[in-house]
Design a protein around this ligand. Structure first.
Ligand code: ATP
Ligand code: MG
Length: 424
């Protein structure tokens, strides 16, 4: 039987995984600097966690969730997104009362049953960042500025920040009515999905990717002219703060977000190097969400970054190959005496934090050891044969340049330690 992974789900290993880890470490460092605490929620949740929050008629709840089993009366699903699980945990553990400031992040796999294509998988990974108990435009700007900064730290700069305000419970209803009367006359020309959206979530028609819907949407009334005073002030201040912290952005009144629970600020980080699935991060304000669990609502703003799309963007920009990591040293021993002395030395260096690779199969030719050193990405190869032992001199070859120098075997450990640190 030929076995393979589930469609739309990938194994990560080798260079690719090393590159992922290099990017993850940079992102986690920035999150630490900004005071965000990690939270890990289970892969499985009760279906209500999403159906009550994400929204019954969203793509996710309608057709993308993996139902795992019905245990007793419980319908369990694989987590399709992180915010609803996060809010469930906040309510359940009363984190609003905890001494932690309300800054959290998660880095978790998500599962959605959608048609796999470039940038769209069935298991994918998100960094989610959430700031709770904060209703200010400064909070919104902090989240957007944080993503902007961590993309730069990950050396990704091929994106545009698109922002919008989608209003609040006071001003959205009248805008919704305006939209409805606008789309009523063109209903027959909208796609099947948008015809369904018309009744229950007319704003989402603005976000439809279907070409004929997009044409109609071009002349739809914009939310911009319909915001109440409070929403307008919030949005102005949000933009002012973005300017203050050096984030460039464009306003796009068609950004509405796919999920039901957003209000006021909505934003996307969109990249021109990703093809059709161009959103690399998306988020916004979701003040009312806790009431969907019957809890007292609290203000919150958050974002989810799609790791696969970020890695694709870095690949496109040629950054990934520079993140390739490998051992500092590959020890090529030729002969028994050389093996005896290098085996112990490799152990000592590893315990000092220097990555050393060595093949324990004795009698391998120099050629095959050099090949292996190249394959594992070693920076230097130390070549020691019985002749070198006799003369007290080993050979150190830098793989990239091909340069070779001889080293005194007497103080080899100190010498190799020094070189491991000095070289970038
Ligand atoms: P899209 O419009 O691409 O379907 P979405 O609105 O469903 O996105 P969100 O739920 O807001 O996406 O998720 C935030 C981010 O997670 C997206 O901007 C994207 O980078 C990533 N993402 C979402 N779905 C997938 C997927 N199936 N495969 C890979 N990444 C994804
Ligand atoms: Mg989607």
């Amino acid at each position: 039987m030929a076995v393979s992974a589930v469609r739309g789900m990938h194994d990560l290993y080798g260079d690719e995984l090393r590159q992922w880890i290099a990017v993850e470490v940079r992102i986690k460092n920035v999150l630490g600097q900004f005071g965000y605490n990690e939270i890990r929620t289970p892969v499985l949740e009760k279906v209500e966690v999403f159906s009550h929050t994400v929204g019954q008629d969203t793509d996710i709840v309608e057709k993308q969730m993996y139902t795992v089993s019905d245990v007793g009366d419980e319908c369990l699903v694989l987590r399709p997104e992180g915010t609803a699980s996060f809010v469930r945990a906040v309510v359940e553990h009363q984190l609003l009362q905890s001494s932690d400031p309300g800054r959290y992040f998660y880095y978790l796999p998500m599962f959605r049953h959608e048609r796999p294509q470039k940038g769209r998988l069935r298991q994918f990974h998100q960094f989610g960042i959430e700031l709770i108990q904060d209703s200010s435009p400064e909070g919104d700007a902090e989240i957007v500025g944080l993503v902007d900064h961590l993309f730069r730290e990950a050396r990704f700069d091929a994106y545009e920040v698109k922002i919008n305000s989608i209003g609040c419970e006071n001003c959205r209803p009248s805008y919704r009515e305006k939209l409805k009367s606008f789309f009523k006359s063109t209903l027959g020309s909208l796609c099947e999905q948008c015809q369904k959206r018309f009744e229950r979530s007319v704003l989402r028609i603005l976000d439809c990717k279907n070409e004929s819907c997009k044409k109609i949407v071009e002349s739809a009334p914009l939310i911009t002219g319909h915001l109440c005073n409070d929403c307008q002030t919030h949005h102005q201040n949000f933009k002012k703060r973005l300017g203050q912290i050096g984030v460039s952005f464009v306003e796009d009144p068609h950004i509405v977000r796919g999920l039901d629970y957003y209000c006021r600020t909505a934003f996307e980080f969109v990249s021109g190097v990703l093809g059709a699935q161009s959103a690399v991060a998306a988020g916004g304000r979701y003040d009312g969400i806790a009431s969907r669990f019957g809890a007292k609502p609290f203000p919150a703003v958050g974002v989810a970054i799609g790791m696969e799309r970020l890695m694709m963007g870095l690949e496109q920009k040629g950054v990934l190959k520079t993140l390739k990591s490998g051992p500092v040293y590959y020890f090529a021993a030729l002969g028994d005496k050389a093996f005896e002395s290098l085996y112990g030395l490799a152990d000592k260096l590893k315990k000092e934090g220097v990555w050393v690779e060595m093949n324990y199969e004795k009698n391998k030719s120099l050629k095959s050891q050099l090949k292996q050193a190249d394959r594992c990405g070693a920076r230097f190869v130390l070549i020691v044969g019985d002749d070198e032992i006799a003369s007290g001199q080993g050979l150190l070859k830098e793989m990239q340049s091909g340069n070779q120098i001889s080293l005194h075997l007497a103080d080899l450990q100190q010498d190799l330690m020094r070189r491991a640190i000095v070289v970038p």
